[in-house]
Design a protein around this ligand. Structure first.
Ligand SMILES: Nc1ncnc2c1ncn2[C@@H]1O[C@H](COP(=O)(O)OP(=O)(O)O)[C@@H](O)[C@H]1O
Ligand SMILES: [Mg+2]
Length: 245
């Protein structure tokens, strides 16, 4: 049961959308998957048709002192998701400060999931950043997919911010019409270890999928980006099964 964390080198790169899309692609390949929102943005749920008003989620339950371990919601037969939950600013601060106990609960929860054999894959939607709490969340994962867009901002960040050890780099928002993007992509192919052998193109289908509250592959299975995310799911099956412990 590989645990894959997805994180952007900065916010807004498509981490949450790609987490939802990859979860959909894995279940399409008959692989049971749980997608977990570890980002206080609490947006992953909106890719799975959750009513905006619903405040339910693991961090909400953690603050209310109720158990969240059974709180995953079913989207379809082989795809469950666990929302972060709606918190106000003061509550978000509180959950950050209680993180050390929470981290242990996450370790235990993932161990239970492994033992249950219920899921073949766990996906973690992790917020951008490298503060100690986020680093702790990253240690829950066997693999990290770090999202990048081929732009100068991401290129600079690759050289000035620490990257998760051994991470796989995943290009999203690729536009082959842009000479700068083509150049950066070529440079990265030659210089970056860990670059995944596929890109996800900038595709209106991805933007629209969130607007209709569906994962990409359900909304537009014939789109280029859906095909690329399906390729990513197949890459996971071929390359990450050994991460099983
Ligand atoms: N490949 C893409 N093509 C077009 N729009 C995209 C693509 N990937 C993400 N988006 C859009 O970009 C915005 C930010 O995506 P999101 O997944 O919320 O990013 P993050 O979680 O990294 O902050 C959303 O409106 C989403 O629909
Ligand atoms: Mg996000």
């Amino acid at each position: 049961m590989p645990v894959i964390a997805l994180q952007g080198v900065r916010g807004g790169l498509g981490t949450t959308s790609v987490t939802a899309a990859l979860a959909w692609a894995l279940q399409q390949l008959d692989e049971p998957v749980l997608a977990i929102d570890l980002s206080p943005d609490n947006l992953l749920r909106l890719h799975f048709n959750t009513p905006f008003e619903l405040d339910r989620g693991w961090a909400r339950a953690e603050l209310d002192g109720t158990g969240w371990q059974q709180g995953a919601m079913r989207y379809c037969k082989k795809l469950d998701f666990l929302p972060f939950g709606r918190l106000n600013a003061a509550e978000r601060l509180k959950i950050r400060h209680s993180e050390s106990g929470t981290a242990q609960r996450w370790q235990d929860f993932l161990a239970q999931l492994r033992a249950s054999g219920h899921y073949r894959w766990i996906l973690l939607d992790i917020p951008a950043g490298d503060d100690p709490q986020i680093e702790q969340l990253l240690t829950l994962a066997d693999q990290v997919f770090l999202l990048l867009s081929p732009d100068a901002n991401c290129h600079a960040r690759l050289h000035q911010q620490p990257l998760p050890t051994g991470c796989h780099l995943l290009i999203n928002h690729y536009s082959s019409a842009s000479p700068l993007q083509q150049d950066l992509h070529q440079l990265w192919l030659q210089t970056l270890a860990g670059l995944l052998p596929l890109v996800i193109h900038r595709d209106e289908a991805l933007a629209e999928a969130m607007a209709v509250k569906q994962p990409l592959g359900e909304y537009r299975p014939e789109s280029l980006a859906a095909d690329e995310v399906l390729t990513l799911a197949n890459w996971c099956l071929l390359n990450l099964q050994d991460a099983e412990v």
